[in-house]
Design a protein around this ligand. Sequence first.
Ligand SMILES: Cc1ncc(COP(=O)(O)O)c(C=O)c1O
Length: 358
Amino acid sequence: MTWPNIRDDLKLFEGYHSPQLAVEVRLNTNESPLPPPNQWVSEIQREVTTIEWNRYPDRNAFELSSQLAQSHGVQPNNVVSANGSNEIIQAILLAYGGNNRSAIIFEPTYAMHAQIAKITGTEIISCDREESLLCGRSGLETLTTAKPNIVFLCSPNNPTGLIEPKETIISALEYCSKNSSLLVVDEAYGEFSDWSAIELVDNGAPIVVTRTFSKAHGFAAGRLGYAVGATRLIDGMKEVLLPYHLDSFKQIAGITALKYRSEMTQRVEYLKSQREKVSNELKNLPLHVWDSAANFILFKPLDTVDMSGNDLWKALVNDSVLVRDCSNWPNLTDCLRATIGTEQENNSFIDSLKAILG
Ligand SMILES: Cc1ncc(COP(=O)(O)O)c(C=O)c1O
Protein backbone atom coordinates (compact mmCIF):
# COMPACT_ATOMS: atom_id res chain seq x y z
CA MET A 1 0.00 0.00 0.00
CA THR A 2 1.21 3.53 -0.63
CA TRP A 3 -0.21 6.53 1.23
CA PRO A 4 -1.51 9.62 -0.52
CA ASN A 5 0.72 12.64 0.17
CA ILE A 6 -0.45 15.90 1.69
CA ARG A 7 -0.21 18.90 -0.68
CA ASP A 8 3.45 19.96 -1.07
CA ASP A 9 2.71 23.54 -0.06
CA LEU A 10 1.22 22.41 3.28
CA LYS A 11 4.20 20.31 4.37
CA LEU A 12 6.16 23.10 6.01
CA PHE A 13 3.33 24.43 8.16
CA GLU A 14 3.70 24.31 11.89
CA GLY A 15 0.02 24.96 12.52
CA TYR A 16 -1.38 27.07 15.31
CA HIS A 17 -1.44 25.41 18.68
CA SER A 18 -1.58 26.72 22.18
CA PRO A 19 -0.27 23.99 24.49
CA GLN A 20 -3.06 22.87 26.84
CA LEU A 21 -1.48 21.81 30.11
CA ALA A 22 -3.25 20.63 33.24
CA VAL A 23 -2.80 23.71 35.44
CA GLU A 24 -4.88 25.50 38.05
CA VAL A 25 -4.88 28.93 36.36
CA ARG A 26 -5.45 28.96 32.58
CA LEU A 27 -4.71 32.35 31.08
CA ASN A 28 -3.46 31.32 27.64
CA THR A 29 -6.26 31.41 25.06
CA ASN A 30 -8.09 34.71 25.65
CA GLU A 31 -11.38 33.02 26.51
CA SER A 32 -13.81 34.57 28.95
CA PRO A 33 -13.15 33.20 32.45
CA LEU A 34 -16.91 33.47 33.09
CA PRO A 35 -19.55 31.11 31.66
CA PRO A 36 -22.53 32.72 29.91
CA PRO A 37 -25.46 33.78 32.18
CA ASN A 38 -27.47 30.85 33.58
CA GLN A 39 -30.74 32.24 32.11
CA TRP A 40 -29.17 32.29 28.64
CA VAL A 41 -28.07 28.66 28.96
CA SER A 42 -31.54 27.62 30.27
CA GLU A 43 -33.25 29.51 27.45
CA ILE A 44 -31.06 27.80 24.85
CA GLN A 45 -31.89 24.43 26.41
CA ARG A 46 -35.61 25.19 26.14
CA GLU A 47 -35.31 26.45 22.55
CA VAL A 48 -33.28 23.42 21.46
CA THR A 49 -36.33 21.22 22.14
CA THR A 50 -38.13 23.04 19.28
CA ILE A 51 -35.53 22.06 16.65
CA GLU A 52 -36.80 19.78 13.89
CA TRP A 53 -33.72 17.54 13.85
CA ASN A 54 -34.66 15.76 10.61
CA ARG A 55 -34.66 19.09 8.71
CA TYR A 56 -31.71 21.15 7.49
CA PRO A 57 -31.20 24.47 9.30
CA ASP A 58 -32.23 27.84 7.81
CA ARG A 59 -29.57 28.10 5.13
CA ASN A 60 -29.28 31.90 5.39
CA ALA A 61 -29.60 32.03 9.20
CA PHE A 62 -31.95 34.93 8.50
CA GLU A 63 -33.18 35.52 12.05
CA LEU A 64 -29.63 35.53 13.43
CA SER A 65 -28.43 37.88 10.68
CA SER A 66 -31.40 40.18 11.32
CA GLN A 67 -30.71 40.36 15.06
CA LEU A 68 -26.99 40.94 14.51
CA ALA A 69 -27.74 43.57 11.87
CA GLN A 70 -30.09 45.39 14.21
CA SER A 71 -27.48 45.36 16.98
CA HIS A 72 -24.96 47.03 14.63
CA GLY A 73 -27.34 49.40 12.79
CA VAL A 74 -26.95 47.66 9.39
CA GLN A 75 -29.20 45.49 7.18
CA PRO A 76 -29.42 41.66 7.41
CA ASN A 77 -27.71 41.32 4.02
CA ASN A 78 -24.69 43.13 5.50
CA VAL A 79 -24.09 40.19 7.85
CA VAL A 80 -22.96 36.58 7.50
CA SER A 81 -22.27 34.12 10.33
CA ALA A 82 -20.07 31.04 10.46
CA ASN A 83 -18.46 28.49 12.76
CA GLY A 84 -16.21 30.91 14.62
CA SER A 85 -14.55 33.95 13.12
CA ASN A 86 -11.79 31.65 11.85
CA GLU A 87 -14.30 30.23 9.38
CA ILE A 88 -15.28 33.79 8.45
CA ILE A 89 -11.60 34.56 7.74
CA GLN A 90 -11.40 31.38 5.67
CA ALA A 91 -14.49 32.43 3.66
CA ILE A 92 -12.93 35.85 3.01
CA LEU A 93 -9.70 34.27 1.78
CA LEU A 94 -11.45 31.65 -0.34
CA ALA A 95 -13.61 34.30 -1.99
CA TYR A 96 -11.16 37.20 -2.34
CA GLY A 97 -7.73 35.53 -2.02
CA GLY A 98 -6.45 32.30 -3.58
CA ASN A 99 -4.20 31.60 -6.51
CA ASN A 100 -2.25 34.63 -7.81
CA ARG A 101 -3.67 36.88 -5.11
CA SER A 102 -2.01 38.25 -1.98
CA ALA A 103 -2.87 39.33 1.55
CA ILE A 104 -0.77 41.63 3.72
CA ILE A 105 -0.39 41.17 7.47
CA PHE A 106 1.45 43.36 9.98
CA GLU A 107 3.57 41.29 12.37
CA PRO A 108 3.18 40.54 15.17
CA THR A 109 -0.47 39.70 14.72
CA TYR A 110 -2.98 36.85 14.93
CA ALA A 111 -1.21 33.84 13.42
CA MET A 112 -4.30 32.40 11.73
CA HIS A 113 -4.51 35.19 9.15
CA ALA A 114 -1.28 33.93 7.58
CA GLN A 115 -2.06 30.29 8.27
CA ILE A 116 -5.48 30.35 6.58
CA ALA A 117 -4.08 32.45 3.74
CA LYS A 118 -1.50 29.74 3.04
CA ILE A 119 -4.08 26.97 3.20
CA THR A 120 -6.20 28.82 0.64
CA GLY A 121 -3.19 29.33 -1.65
CA THR A 122 -3.08 33.08 -1.02
CA GLU A 123 0.37 34.66 -1.09
CA ILE A 124 1.21 36.28 2.27
CA ILE A 125 3.06 39.57 2.39
CA SER A 126 4.45 39.96 5.88
CA CYS A 127 5.26 43.52 6.95
CA ASP A 128 6.86 44.47 10.29
CA ARG A 129 4.97 46.83 12.56
CA GLU A 130 6.62 50.05 13.73
CA GLU A 131 8.50 50.08 17.05
CA SER A 132 5.26 51.14 18.76
CA LEU A 133 3.86 47.79 17.52
CA LEU A 134 1.22 49.68 15.52
CA CYS A 135 0.88 49.32 11.76
CA GLY A 136 1.66 53.05 11.44
CA ARG A 137 2.51 55.27 8.50
CA SER A 138 5.26 52.93 7.26
CA GLY A 139 2.78 50.05 7.14
CA LEU A 140 0.39 52.15 5.09
CA GLU A 141 3.19 53.14 2.73
CA THR A 142 3.94 49.45 2.14
CA LEU A 143 0.45 49.02 0.69
CA THR A 144 1.33 51.14 -2.31
CA THR A 145 4.42 49.06 -3.10
CA ALA A 146 3.11 45.60 -2.13
CA LYS A 147 -0.30 46.06 -3.80
CA PRO A 148 -2.09 43.35 -1.77
CA ASN A 149 -5.55 42.14 -2.73
CA ILE A 150 -6.46 41.84 0.95
CA VAL A 151 -5.28 44.00 3.86
CA PHE A 152 -5.58 42.46 7.33
CA LEU A 153 -5.72 44.77 10.32
CA CYS A 154 -6.47 43.35 13.74
CA SER A 155 -7.84 45.82 16.25
CA PRO A 156 -7.40 45.36 19.16
CA ASN A 157 -4.47 43.36 17.86
CA ASN A 158 -3.72 39.89 19.17
CA PRO A 159 -1.18 39.53 20.84
CA THR A 160 -0.29 43.19 21.52
CA GLY A 161 -3.72 44.38 22.72
CA LEU A 162 -3.25 47.67 20.84
CA ILE A 163 -6.05 49.38 18.89
CA GLU A 164 -5.14 50.73 15.48
CA PRO A 165 -5.94 54.49 15.36
CA LYS A 166 -9.10 55.29 13.41
CA GLU A 167 -7.04 57.38 10.92
CA THR A 168 -4.93 54.32 10.03
CA ILE A 169 -8.03 52.27 9.29
CA ILE A 170 -9.55 55.09 7.23
CA SER A 171 -6.28 55.50 5.24
CA ALA A 172 -6.12 51.74 4.60
CA LEU A 173 -9.74 51.84 3.43
CA GLU A 174 -8.97 54.72 1.09
CA TYR A 175 -6.11 52.70 -0.40
CA CYS A 176 -8.40 49.66 -0.83
CA SER A 177 -11.18 51.75 -2.44
CA LYS A 178 -8.80 53.03 -5.10
CA ASN A 179 -7.08 49.69 -5.80
CA SER A 180 -9.85 47.06 -5.88
CA SER A 181 -8.50 45.65 -2.60
CA LEU A 182 -10.40 44.43 0.45
CA LEU A 183 -9.81 45.71 3.98
CA VAL A 184 -10.49 43.15 6.71
CA VAL A 185 -10.60 44.45 10.27
CA ASP A 186 -10.51 41.56 12.74
CA GLU A 187 -12.39 42.74 15.83
CA ALA A 188 -12.46 39.49 17.80
CA TYR A 189 -11.86 41.69 20.88
CA GLY A 190 -13.92 44.64 19.65
CA GLU A 191 -16.31 44.61 22.65
CA PHE A 192 -13.38 45.47 24.94
CA SER A 193 -12.42 48.63 23.07
CA ASP A 194 -14.08 52.02 22.68
CA TRP A 195 -14.28 52.27 18.89
CA SER A 196 -15.36 49.86 16.16
CA ALA A 197 -14.62 49.96 12.43
CA ILE A 198 -18.20 48.74 11.92
CA GLU A 199 -19.09 52.45 11.71
CA LEU A 200 -17.17 52.54 8.39
CA VAL A 201 -19.24 49.72 6.90
CA ASP A 202 -21.23 50.94 3.92
CA ASN A 203 -22.49 49.31 0.74
CA GLY A 204 -20.00 51.47 -1.16
CA ALA A 205 -16.93 50.63 0.98
CA PRO A 206 -14.59 47.60 0.52
CA ILE A 207 -14.37 46.76 4.24
CA VAL A 208 -15.40 43.66 6.18
CA VAL A 209 -15.28 43.64 9.99
CA THR A 210 -15.08 40.24 11.69
CA ARG A 211 -16.48 39.50 15.15
CA THR A 212 -16.82 36.46 17.40
CA PHE A 213 -18.98 35.09 20.22
CA SER A 214 -15.90 33.30 21.61
CA LYS A 215 -14.55 36.12 23.76
CA ALA A 216 -16.87 38.77 25.26
CA HIS A 217 -19.94 36.49 24.96
CA GLY A 218 -18.16 33.61 26.73
CA PHE A 219 -19.28 31.15 24.04
CA ALA A 220 -15.96 29.73 22.75
CA ALA A 221 -17.31 26.17 22.99
CA GLY A 222 -20.20 27.04 20.64
CA ARG A 223 -17.97 28.25 17.71
CA LEU A 224 -19.89 31.21 16.34
CA GLY A 225 -18.51 34.25 14.53
CA TYR A 226 -19.75 36.74 11.94
CA ALA A 227 -18.77 39.43 9.48
CA VAL A 228 -20.30 42.83 8.81
CA GLY A 229 -19.66 44.42 5.42
CA ALA A 230 -21.02 45.67 2.11
CA THR A 231 -23.74 43.39 0.69
CA ARG A 232 -21.70 42.44 -2.39
CA LEU A 233 -18.73 41.43 -0.20
CA ILE A 234 -20.96 39.38 2.09
CA ASP A 235 -22.55 37.75 -0.98
CA GLY A 236 -19.07 36.81 -2.21
CA MET A 237 -18.36 35.06 1.09
CA LYS A 238 -21.66 33.18 0.92
CA GLU A 239 -20.52 31.74 -2.43
CA VAL A 240 -17.73 29.76 -0.73
CA LEU A 241 -19.44 28.72 2.51
CA LEU A 242 -20.77 25.17 2.39
CA PRO A 243 -24.53 24.71 2.14
CA TYR A 244 -26.20 24.71 5.59
CA HIS A 245 -22.83 25.38 7.24
CA LEU A 246 -24.43 26.92 10.35
CA ASP A 247 -26.38 24.38 12.39
CA SER A 248 -29.75 25.10 14.03
CA PHE A 249 -28.35 24.90 17.55
CA LYS A 250 -25.80 27.61 16.81
CA GLN A 251 -28.39 29.86 15.21
CA ILE A 252 -30.58 29.58 18.30
CA ALA A 253 -27.66 30.15 20.64
CA GLY A 254 -26.62 33.32 18.79
CA ILE A 255 -30.15 34.76 18.70
CA THR A 256 -30.56 34.03 22.40
CA ALA A 257 -27.15 35.52 23.25
CA LEU A 258 -28.20 38.83 21.81
CA LYS A 259 -31.06 39.04 24.33
CA TYR A 260 -28.44 38.99 27.08
CA ARG A 261 -26.33 41.82 25.73
CA SER A 262 -26.55 43.90 28.89
CA GLU A 263 -25.22 40.94 30.96
CA MET A 264 -22.41 40.55 28.39
CA THR A 265 -21.57 44.25 28.71
CA GLN A 266 -21.43 43.94 32.52
CA ARG A 267 -18.97 41.07 32.17
CA VAL A 268 -16.87 43.08 29.75
CA GLU A 269 -16.80 45.98 32.25
CA TYR A 270 -15.72 43.60 35.02
CA LEU A 271 -12.91 42.20 32.84
CA LYS A 272 -11.82 45.71 31.83
CA SER A 273 -11.55 46.73 35.50
CA GLN A 274 -9.56 43.54 36.20
CA ARG A 275 -7.36 44.35 33.20
CA GLU A 276 -6.50 47.76 34.67
CA LYS A 277 -5.69 46.20 38.06
CA VAL A 278 -3.47 43.51 36.51
CA SER A 279 -1.77 46.04 34.25
CA ASN A 280 -0.91 48.28 37.22
CA GLU A 281 0.44 45.33 39.19
CA LEU A 282 2.59 44.21 36.25
CA LYS A 283 3.94 47.73 35.85
CA ASN A 284 5.15 47.62 39.46
CA LEU A 285 7.29 44.59 38.61
CA PRO A 286 10.49 44.55 36.50
CA LEU A 287 8.46 44.03 33.33
CA HIS A 288 7.76 45.97 30.17
CA VAL A 289 3.96 46.10 29.83
CA TRP A 290 1.92 47.19 26.80
CA ASP A 291 -1.38 49.01 27.42
CA SER A 292 -4.21 46.80 26.26
CA ALA A 293 -7.68 47.47 24.83
CA ALA A 294 -8.53 43.75 24.89
CA ASN A 295 -8.96 40.99 27.50
CA PHE A 296 -5.25 40.13 27.63
CA ILE A 297 -1.95 41.87 28.30
CA LEU A 298 1.43 41.54 26.57
CA PHE A 299 4.54 41.86 28.74
CA LYS A 300 8.20 40.87 28.91
CA PRO A 301 10.97 40.84 31.53
CA LEU A 302 13.12 43.98 31.59
CA ASP A 303 16.81 43.62 30.70
CA THR A 304 17.61 43.93 34.42
CA VAL A 305 15.92 40.56 35.01
CA ASP A 306 18.24 37.62 34.47
CA MET A 307 15.54 35.55 32.82
CA SER A 308 14.29 35.05 29.27
CA GLY A 309 10.57 35.18 28.46
CA ASN A 310 10.60 31.40 28.03
CA ASP A 311 12.28 30.95 31.46
CA LEU A 312 9.54 33.09 32.98
CA TRP A 313 6.84 31.09 31.18
CA LYS A 314 8.29 27.81 32.54
CA ALA A 315 8.51 29.22 36.07
CA LEU A 316 4.82 30.23 35.86
CA VAL A 317 3.87 26.75 34.59
CA ASN A 318 5.76 25.26 37.57
CA ASP A 319 3.48 27.38 39.71
CA SER A 320 0.42 26.02 37.84
CA VAL A 321 -0.19 29.25 35.90
CA LEU A 322 -0.40 28.95 32.10
CA VAL A 323 0.04 32.07 29.95
CA ARG A 324 0.88 32.21 26.24
CA ASP A 325 4.56 32.06 25.37
CA CYS A 326 4.91 34.41 22.38
CA SER A 327 8.68 34.68 22.72
CA ASN A 328 9.41 32.96 19.40
CA TRP A 329 6.74 34.85 17.44
CA PRO A 330 7.90 37.49 14.95
CA ASN A 331 9.16 40.68 16.68
CA LEU A 332 8.16 39.46 20.14
CA THR A 333 11.41 38.22 21.67
CA ASP A 334 10.85 37.39 25.37
CA CYS A 335 7.16 38.37 25.27
CA LEU A 336 4.37 36.58 27.10
CA ARG A 337 0.64 37.21 26.85
CA ALA A 338 -1.72 36.75 29.79
CA THR A 339 -5.49 36.55 29.42
CA ILE A 340 -7.49 38.43 32.04
CA GLY A 341 -9.17 35.88 34.31
CA THR A 342 -11.38 36.11 37.37
CA GLU A 343 -10.11 38.23 40.25
CA GLN A 344 -8.94 35.07 42.01
CA GLU A 345 -7.06 33.80 38.94
CA ASN A 346 -5.50 37.19 38.37
CA ASN A 347 -4.36 37.36 41.99
CA SER A 348 -2.75 33.90 41.71
CA PHE A 349 -0.97 35.01 38.53
CA ILE A 350 0.33 38.23 40.12
CA ASP A 351 1.39 36.41 43.32
CA SER A 352 3.34 33.87 41.23
CA LEU A 353 5.02 36.62 39.23
CA LYS A 354 5.97 38.46 42.40
CA ALA A 355 7.47 35.29 43.88
CA ILE A 356 9.38 34.43 40.68
CA LEU A 357 10.70 37.94 40.05
CA GLY A 358 11.61 38.39 43.71
C1 LIG B 1 -7.71 38.13 16.60
C2 LIG B 1 -8.51 36.86 16.57
N1 LIG B 1 -9.32 36.65 15.54
C3 LIG B 1 -10.05 35.54 15.46
C4 LIG B 1 -9.99 34.58 16.43
C5 LIG B 1 -10.78 33.32 16.25
O1 LIG B 1 -11.90 33.32 17.01
P1 LIG B 1 -13.06 32.23 16.83
O2 LIG B 1 -13.11 31.50 18.11
O3 LIG B 1 -14.28 33.06 16.58
O4 LIG B 1 -12.72 31.37 15.65
C6 LIG B 1 -9.16 34.75 17.53
C7 LIG B 1 -9.06 33.71 18.57
O5 LIG B 1 -8.28 33.71 19.45
C8 LIG B 1 -8.39 35.94 17.60
O6 LIG B 1 -7.54 36.16 18.61
